[in-house]
Design a protein around this ligand. Structure first.
Ligand code: FES
Ligand SMILES: [Fe+2]
Length: 365
């Protein structure tokens, strides 16, 4: 089996992970990504190798062999674990070395850190703890729509050259659709900007709801559903710190109420896992689940294709925004407008978590 050894990225020390909210389940990837090769990813400045054993178990280890520090992601996956590509040490999913070729005795220190991982609803979650050896204090989030027969989903991921919170800002304010996504899910920019927005929060969660009756169906909606001249659109965004769930769609006028959770019509359920890589980069794992229409058999494929195009547009905007922030000096001179209410609330939540975390660390030291 041949593997590609991925170049080491310049990342900070393990202590740098404390610049992000810890004791959280972050998205590490999708089930479909883990086949017969290890994957190297950096989460919160920690270098991790992800792999799936021959028995199907998903594991996440520190990406460093304890013998001479080769990244384990340069090695190969075997039935029982991952084998280092330098001198062949074999590691089990719990990080313990279980074989040293040519040597009987395995030193007790021959182990690497293992991260708690859970594979649930086709998503791989990794627990990033403040106290390195602490076990998860709550179950990984549910996302049942990947396994819901009413939907079909497609997924993808991006590596972003921007801090993770710029993606939160973008997703919590869908008014940008009328300017950035005119070729797919956009529509009338004025309608988006004027739509009343309801922002609420509970604990570390934020919810933003916008209803847009009397909309003109944008291209993706027309490609997926036989709308007439008008449709009634809804947008429901739920921010949950490490991921967002965005439920958008439209009903035909005169059918179901747009604020009825059991409404029919055309649905797009987006999953957005945003995991910091470093202070300046992040991973964006997305999926889109949509509803079938009996007369349009290929409609979901069209939605997924157009979603990927849409998210390419977002990346272009957000990375350009961040380059300019660096050129002009961060966000000190930003002004806020009405559409920022949800994003600002999410920023306050992240800020508060980091303040509490810093206080707890100060108290511990
Ligand atoms: S560096 Fe991994 S076995 Fe030697
Ligand atoms: Fe967008």
């Amino acid at each position: 089996m041949t593997t590609t050894c991925i170049p080491i990225k310049n990342v900070g020390s393990d202590a740098d992970s404390h610049r992000f909210p810890l004791d959280q389940w972050y998205v590490a990837g999708f089930s479909s990504e883990l086949a017969d090769k290890p994957i190297a990813r950096t989460f919160l400045n920690r270098k991790v190798v992800l792999f799936r054993t021959g028995a199907g178990q998903v594991a996440a280890l520190e990406d460093r062999c304890c013998h001479r520090s080769l990244p384990l992601s340069c090695g190969t996956v075997e039935g029982a674990g991952v084998r280092c590509g330098y001198h062949g040490l074999l590691y089990a999913p719990n990080g313990q070395c279980i074989e040293i070729p040519g040597q009987e005795r395995i030193p007790s220190k021959a182990r690497v850190k293992a991260y708690p991982v859970v594979e649930k609803n086709q998503i791989i979650w990794i627990w990033m703890a403040r106290d390195e050896d602490a076990e998860p204090t709550r179950p990984a989030p549910d996302y049942p729509f990947h396994d819901d027969p009413r939907y079909k989903f497609g997924s993808g991921n991006y590596h972003y050259r921007s801090p993770w919170q710029l993606i939160h800002d973008n997703l919590l304010d869908l008014s940008h659709l009328g300017y950035v996504h005119l070729q797919t899910i956009g529509g009338d920019a004025r309608l988006h900007m004027n739509a009343p927005m309801k922002v609420s929060s509970e604990g570390d969660r934020v919810k933003v709801v916008r209803l847009m009756p009397d909309s003109s169906p944008p291209p993706t909606y027309r490609a997926a559903w036989p709308f007439g001249e008008k449709c009634e659109r809804w947008q429901e965004i739920e921010f949950d710190l490490t991921h967002l769930r965005i439920w958008t769609g439209a009903v035909e006028p005169g059918t179901d109420a747009i604020d009825d959770p059991d409404r029919g019509g055309f649905h797009m359920r987006g999953f957005h896992g945003i995991t910091p890589e470093t202070e300046e980069t992040c991973h964006y794992f997305w999926s889109m689940s949509s509803t079938k229409h009996p007369d349009m058999p290929d409609n979901i494929d069209a939605v997924i294709q157009q979603t990927a195009f849409t998210f390419d547009e977002d990346r272009t905007i957000i990375e350009a925004q961040y380059r300019n922030m660096l050129a002009f000096g961060d966000k000190a001179n930003w002004i806020d407008i009405h559409v920022d209410a949800g994003a600002n609330r999410a920023r306050r939540i992240v800020g508060e978590l980091l303040r509490k975390q810093a206080a707890a660390e100060a108290a511990d030291s």
